[in-house]
Design a protein around this ligand. Structure first.
Ligand SMILES: Cc1cc2nc3c(=O)[nH]c(=O)nc-3n(C[C@H](O)[C@H](O)[C@H](O)COP(=O)(O)OP(=O)(O)OC[C@H]3O[C@@H](n4cnc5c(N)ncnc54)[C@H](O)[C@@H]3O)c2cc1C
Length: 287
């Protein structure tokens, strides 16, 4: 067989679409549709952290992400990042010449091309349209992949997009960082972010380092931390209607060779920003 693609989160979906566009046949397997990528709301934001550092190639990645998701899901455009007056000059220096569109509002930096989306419907649509098959990879060796139940496949190229959960099976190391998104009783069309983010029905941004892949119960301090962040932005504590937990996977670079193929994984908190650009690059290299 030719190309085997493993995983149906945002990295897998972006790879599947790029392979299809390049006319390269592939078999797409995944245990579930989306792991960490089932986050209720994903913010696609190239300006990160409290200091407002631009993700390397963030402007280009944002364009690729917008073009890809825009074909499958409504995109909610615009992100406001409150920035204290005294820090604006330093932010401005970092952003000037970046190619990224931005403007200053009274409250802070406004990124008209950053956006948020609900990943669930996007992932399900791509999976259904491109004919993904549900199966779990139980083990792998160079040139061979063993599925749960014992079936053996011998692909020419394996593309791993199995995120945090599948990393152990493929012998990939990295940092595992759990986090919460709280679902709120109120809706916000334009994303707002400083320390935490508010977008749609969600409040996100918590971090909890883990020794390995695990899905621990939400910690009491995490919820309080998120709500304090929301209060700082809104002036009141929003009401919580639900909780979603997931595990991020962070590696030094999102693309790396593995025996018999490549891994596109380890995006940390920026999978939705970076996966479309890196998937396109990987598929161009394969073609
Ligand atoms: C709380 C939280 C909030 C976040 N917020 C954002 C955000 O706002 N913006 C943003 O860009 N990113 C955000 N992230 C990070 C983002 O979710 C990840 O970067 C991204 O989802 C990783 O996608 P992935 O495709 O690499 O992995 P995943 O989405 O985890 O997908 C892995 C896929 O592989 C499958 N799989 C795994 N193991 C196997 C196996 N052995 N056999 C077969 N299939 C397998 C899984 O079923 C799944 O379909 C957040 C993460 C968390 C936890």
């Amino acid at each position: 067989m030719g190309i085997l693609l493993v995983g149906a989160g945002v990295a897998g979906a972006a790879l599947a679409l790029a392979l299809k566009e390049a006319g390269l046949p592939f078999l797409w397997l995944s245990e579930e549709v989306g792991g960490a990528s089932r986050v209720p709301v994903a913010l696609v934001n190239p300006v990160r952290g409290r200091r407002g550092v631009l993700v390397p190639e963030g402007g280009e990645a944002l364009q690729a992400a917008r073009a890809l998701y825009g074909r499958y899901a409504p995109l909610h455009m615009g992100l406001l990042r409150p920035v204290p007056e005294g820090e604006r000059e330093a932010w401005e220096r970092r952003l000037r010449g970046s190619g990224l569109r931005y403007l200053w509002r009274r409250e802070g930096l406004y990124l008209p091309e950053a956006f948020w989306l609900e990943p669930g419907p996007f992932l399900e649509r791509v999976w259904a349209e491109l004919g993904g098959v549900r199966a779990r990879v139980a083990a792998c060796a160079p040139g061979e992949v063993v599925l749960e139940g014992g079936r053996r496949l011998r692909p020419e190229v394996v593309l791993y997009a199995g995120g945090a959960k599948g990393a152990g099976v493929f012998g990939l190391s990295g940092r595992f960082v759990a986090g919460l998104e709280l679902l709120l009783a109120e809706y916000r069309e334009e994303a707002l972010s400083y320390r935490v983010f508010l977008a749609g029905w969600a409040l996100g941004g918590s971090y909890l380092d883990l020794p390995g892949y695990d899905e621990p119960e939400p910690q009491e301090g995490e919820t309080a931390w998120l709500l304090e962040g929301a209060e700082a932005l809104l002036g009141y504590r929003p009401q919580v209607a639900g909780v979603w937990r997931g595990v991020r996977f962070r590696r030094p670079a999102p693309l790396s060779p593995i025996p018999g193929g490549y891994a596109l994984t380890g995006f940390g908190s920026t999978g939705f920003l970076l996966a479309p650009l890196w998937a396109k690059r990987l598929v161009q290299a394969l073609g």
